[in-house]
Design a protein around this ligand. Sequence first.
Ligand SMILES: [Zn+2]
Length: 57
Amino acid sequence: MAAKKQVVEIIALACSECKRKNYTTKKNRKTTQEKLELMKYCRWDRKHTLHKETKVK
Ligand SMILES: [Zn+2]
């Protein structure tokens, strides 16, 4: 039995300023090709910063 390819991937969103992984989210690889970049609140910086997609782990 071959393993199914997972379309929906769980990713982490890391703050671009302090590099902490503050959020996890899901991404559909078929519809989202590019790396996710979102403005999110970072409780460590106490402001909204750019959060970029990284691997969970
Ligand atoms: Zn931060």
